[in-house]
Design a protein around this ligand. Structure first.
Ligand SMILES: [Ca+2]
Ligand SMILES: [Ca+2]
Ligand SMILES: [Ca+2]
Length: 250
């Protein structure tokens, strides 16, 4: 009878069943965890191979040249100064033009007004932008632009009505230089008065792009004007010099 009692007691006792369930569940969880870890390990191995395949053979750049840009200089001449220019002449007597570098007259075509900027040696381009004013009665005389003391471009102006199509650009810049003139604007901006008639003026935006400019750039101007400044003159405004490796973004 004693053994029967023990056997019966064993059959109805359920505390041991909890232990069995716990053991089985824990084993299952551990098993799932190991399976998951195996999947992650295998997946990571696959990804590492993908990264290896993707990057092998590619050059690693240690510089960020494509986004390099630095405005080295800007001057709108509103402060009446012209620091660094060979002829520090400014004018702000006509409100429609404001402060300008000028006015200047004829130079026999030679370089007279110039300035040199230090460029960032890490940049592979220099971009120079400015407004060029042909003031009062130009008669197809030429404005001359020099780069590093060499004549790079000539632009003739005639401010007389109906004469715009006769104006010309004569480019003599080297192969690493591109000079573009924007569309001209014509208006009466002041200065010369002939009797009771004021003389029209022209403005063009000039852009000069220099590749491999080196560590400095000298920009100069002259003109073939042959009458007094009170009759015909020129001026520069909004001069900007930018060192960059991405000239398209300037
Ligand atoms: Ca200005
Ligand atoms: Ca005028
Ligand atoms: Ca003239």
């Amino acid at each position: 009878m004693r053994s029967w009692t023990v056997c019966k007691s064993f059959c109805v006792e359920d505390s041991g069943a909890v232990t069995v369930d716990w053991t089985l569940l824990t084993a299952a969880v551990v098993g799932l965890g190991m399976a998951g870890s195996a999947a992650v390990i295998m997946g990571a191995d696959d990804i590492s191979h993908d990264i290896s395949n993707q990057t092998s053979g590619q050059a690693v750049s240690t510089e960020f040249n494509s986004t390099y840009q630095n405005v080295s200089f800007f001057d709108d001449f509103e402060d009446g100064q012209a620091l660094g220019w060979s002829v520090a002449q400014t004018d702000n007597t006509e409100a429609s033009l404001g402060g300008i570098l000028g006015r200047f007259g004829g130079t026999g075509g030679a370089q007279m007004v110039h300035k040199t900027w230090a460029l960032d040696p890490n940049a592979s381009f220099a971009v120079v932008e400015f407004d060029l004013h042909a003031i009062d009665t130009w008669d197809l005389e030429a404005m001359s632009i020099f780069l590093n003391d060499a004549l790079a471009s000539q632009r003739t102006f005639s401010t007389h009505d109906g004469d715009f199509e006769r104006q010309q650009v004569i480019d003599s810049s080297p192969s690493n230089v591109a000079i573009t003139y924007g569309a001209h604007s014509s208006a009466e901006n002041g200065y010369s008065v002939r009797g009771d008639v004021k003389s029209h003026d022209e403005t063009v935006a000039v852009r000069i792009e220099v590749s491999d400019p080196g560590s400095s750039l000298k920009l100069g101007f002259g003109s073939t004007l042959d009458q007094s400044i009170g009759d015909e003159s020129w001026a520069i405004d909004n001069m900007r010099v930018t060192s960059t490796n991405d000239p398209e973004s300037v």
